[in-house]
Design a protein around this ligand. Structure first.
Ligand code: DC
Length: 226
């Protein structure tokens, strides 16, 4: 092993398999996996609980009330702490997904969370997944990967994931909400979801999970020579 810290950016739309693939790839490489969507979701959960609308003029002022921190348990699982409370189990609900997408289009929200994300990469070798990691958060990342898949494949994956968690939503609703979120995430004025110019593009539509992990790990190893 080396003392050098590595940073790997994995961006892409919801349901492309980013989180599972990035987590497994991080385990393989001995890096910390950072799910930045969970960081955004945690803030959204806080704002929702405080009853503040994403359009509110007070939004920027309200942000300073929230202390959002990830921590990692022994098994490498990222937990989210909001003002001292573990909210990990509460941030995946569909209404929080929707609110997160709206809030993540607000510049003040993105600015508020930028340092939280960069600080983690200064302290650990990371695989960080999100929407603007390669373009904004870690523009000097050692490797940038853009993971994508067709909307239908992604909606099916998310639908099965929700079912497993006991969250009842039809496939059609999942697909519609995913297409709406894709549109919002890639058309927002601030940090839209676009691949970095130097990103390696990986389409997971026809790859199973193990093949996707293998492709990502090999891409990283080849680039950083590990
Ligand atoms: O990856 P996810 O589905 O948990 O992300 C939730 C929302 O947060 C999604 O609509 C996009 C947004 N997001 C973002 O704008 N930037 C990030 N780095 C991560 C997530």
């Amino acid at each position: 092993m080396t003392d050098r810290l590595y940073s790997i950016a994995i961006d892409g739309p919801a349901g492309a398999g980013k989180s599972t693939i990035a987590r497994k790839a991080a385990q393989n490489l001995g890096f910390v996996y950072v799910d930045t969507g969970a960081i955004y979701r945690t803030l959204a959960y806080g704002i929702h609980t405080a009853g503040v609308s994403p359009e509110s003029e007070d939004l920027q002022q309200v942000l300073s009330r929230f202390d959002v921190r990830p921590f990692w348990s022994e098994d490498g699982v990222q937990h989210m702490i909001l003002n001292g409370e573990d909210v990990t189990a509460l941030i995946r609900q569909p209404h929080i997904s929707d609110l997160t997408s709206k809030l993540s289009a607000v510049a003040a929200v993105r600015d508020f969370l930028l340092e939280t994300q960069r600080k983690i990469a200064c302290e650990h070798s990371v695989i960080m997944d999100g929407r603007d990691i390669g373009t904004v958060v870690l523009p000097n990342a050692d490797v940038k990967i853009f993971l994508f898949a067709s909307a239908q494949v992604r909606a099916k994956r998310r639908y099965l994931e929700l079912q497993q968690k006991g969250i009842d939503q039809t496939y059609e609703d999942v697909l519609r909400e995913m297409e709406e979120r894709d549109y919002r995430d890639s058309h927002r004025a601030v940090a839209p979801l676009v691949p970095a110019e130097d990103a390696v593009m990986i389409d997971t539509s026809d790859l199973d999970l193990n093949q996707s992990i293998e492709t990502v790990v090999q891409t990283i190893r080849k680039k950083i020579g590990l």
